[in-house]
Design a protein around this ligand. Structure first.
Ligand code: SIN
Length: 534
């Protein structure tokens, strides 16, 4: 296999809101950009995001801004970086306007103002949305903008590892990335600036609302390159993923609870049907939190998990029969369609739901410009992380609903501005030698079955032992098992020509061990981390 080196000013890895925004912005300023994405452009978590983007649009409304700040801090359970929270919330209006300028048509009310909705943990209606497909609207718009620019789009290319200036001294920074191309060949992309926008790691759990590309690649690559990773114990489970046996979990947006949907067990639902009255009064959530079904996600998901364990059931019910079915169908067309293909009518039938892994709150530690940090806290030369893969300090121990798209637009804008200062369109610096991928003596991977088995085992460990409710013994057990799997994968890795599945599994085993290690180290229950033995 002849290895080639491709040279770019910047390589962006990932094609969700963060990766697309970066690639478009850099290319507009004349940078020579490669965008690497391991399936197709639209295979990203952004594309699947339903709810919306939180933000106060009237910058003179200090009270409303302060409430958004307080809701974010409250949800983050004392672990947010308050300066980051304040600055991100205050920049929301400008960046949301930026999305509008790109062509995103957020829904408006009859009077022409934006139709703002509410989700869990928000005191006020402040979420802009496009029906129940906000992410798809943003993704589609940014993909159009991408095609307007001269960007080398490398679909079905998979980043394997960062190429460092000096493997023994990561502080010298990056000089590119090794990638697997669609033919299974490894090539080098030489670039003094690398943007990691690879999203989360939901695929580590059996039930996830994430697309299958969410395998923690950016965190694993950055970790291998000695960047600093933090807060990995905070894994957000969305309380309401559609639970249909044999079907993948499908997100039922929290905005449906914002519109009045109420969680109940089947028994509570029977009582409600018999006796009627206020649906909230029947919900198991009413004894858990005064906000009921609209409490923050950590609280709702944990309470739901408890109920499922106590009742031995596979799902609870999201009840909407007290709401107007036609209005709901109009507001939530994607959900309505998905439900009806399963014989469920929105606003008529109860919806079976269960918690599912949804969002990685931790990630690669970055500064205010998206620059990755080294282990010693200095910035990692040339390496940026934006979107879900980055840990900015905004979310603390638990992300507030619809703050992730906000974080992505604000932080990506800052990273973009910074990246423009360190890259120059007139100055092709990437002429140095790029080390070849270690190709000598590697065999073709002939047995794929062990990889499949390892993936399933990893997902079982994470789902059973590193889920919403944790225990010391289970975490220790998970750690031992993951260590064993990681060693097995490493043996295959050293011997075989990489395949996409092997690269992903190697990354997943590393991210799994980071989550477990962080969960073991966290000695108090806070936000999304809950250990029954603490
Ligand atoms: C949702 O629509 O419930 C998800 C929004 C989010 O994850 O913030």
């Amino acid at each position: 296999m002849a290895q080639r080196t491709y040279r770019f000013d910047v390589v962006v890895i990932g094609s969700g809101i963060a990766g697309l925004t970066m690639a478009v912005g850099l290319a507009r300023e004349g940078r020579n950009v490669a965008l690497v994405t391991k399936k197709q452009l639209e295979d990203s978590s952004t594309n699947w995001a339903q709810g919306g983007i939180a933000g106060v649009l009237d910058t003179s409304d200090t009270e409303a801004i302060e409430k958004h700040i307080q809701d974010t801090l409250n949800s983050g359970a004392g672990l947010c970086d308050e300066d980051v929270v304040r600055s991100v919330v205050m920049e929301a209006a400008d960046r949301i306007q930026g999305l509008v300028n790109e062509g995103v048509s957020f829904d408006r009310s009859k009077d022409g103002t934006f139709d703002l909705v509410r989700e869990g943990g928000h005191q006020e209606n402040r979420i802009l949305h496009v029906k129940d497909k906000t992410g798809a609207a943003i993704e589609g718009t940014l993909i159009k903008r991408l095609h307007d620019e001269d960007v080398s789009i490398l679909e079905r290319w998979m980043a394997i590892d960062l190429i460092l200036e000096d493997r023994n001294d990561p502080s010298k920074g990056v000089k590119g990335v090794w990638c697997l191309n669609p033919m299974g060949e490894v090539h080098s992309i030489s670039s003094s600036t690398v943007i990691l926008a690879t999203g989360g790691a939901g695929k580590l759990w059996r039930n996830t609302t994430n697309p299958s590309v969410a395998t923690g690649d950016g965190v694993a690559m950055a970790h291998r390159a000695s960047a600093r990773i933090r807060d990995m114990e905070f894994v957000q489970f969305h309380p309401t993923a559609l639970a249909i046996p044999g079907d993948r979990p499908f997100l039922i947006t929290e905005a449906l609870r914002g519109a009045g949907g109420v969680l109940m067990t089947s028994e509570e639902h029977k009582d409600y049907r018999n006796k009627g009255g206020e649906p909230e009064n029947y919900s198991y959530m009413k004894n858990v939190d005064s906000r009921g079904s609209l409490a923050t996600r950590d609280i709702v998901a944990r309470a739901t998990d408890r109920v499922l364990k106590l009742t031995g059931k596979s799902h609870v019910l999201l009840v909407t029969e007290h709401l107007d079915s036609d209005i709901l169908k109009n507001k939530f067309p994607t959900i309505s369609q998905r439900l009806s293909s399963n014989g469920i009518t929105l606003g008529v039938d109860p919806i079976p739901v269960t918690p599912a892994a949804h969002y990685m709150v931790g990630g690669i530690e970055v500064d205010d410009f998206g620059r990755c940090k080294n282990l010693d806290g200095t910035t990692f030369k040339g390496l940026f992380a934006v979107g879900e893969v980055a840990c900015t300090g905004l979310h603390g121990a638990n992300r507030l609903a619809s703050n992730s798209l906000l974080e992505a637009v604000v932080m990506t804008h800052r990273a973009l501005e910074y990246a423009l200062t360190i890259t120059s369109k007139d100055d092709i610096k990437n002429e140095g030698d790029i080390p070849p991928w270690r190709a000598k003596g590697l065999d073709n991977l002939v047995e794929h079955a062990p990889l499949k088995a390892d993936l399933e085992t990893l997902q079982s460990i994470m789902s059973d032992d590193v889920g919403l409710l944790r225990r010391n013994e289970r975490l220790q057990r998970a750690q031992r098992k993951i260590e064993h799997i990681a060693k097995e994968i490493d043996l295959i890795w050293r011997r075989c020509i990489p395949t996409r599945k092997l690269v992903e599994l190697r990354n997943m085993s590393i991210v799994a061990s980071l989550v477990v290690e962080a969960a073991i180290s966290r000695k108090e229950n806070v936000g999304l981390h809950f250990n029954l033995d603490q």
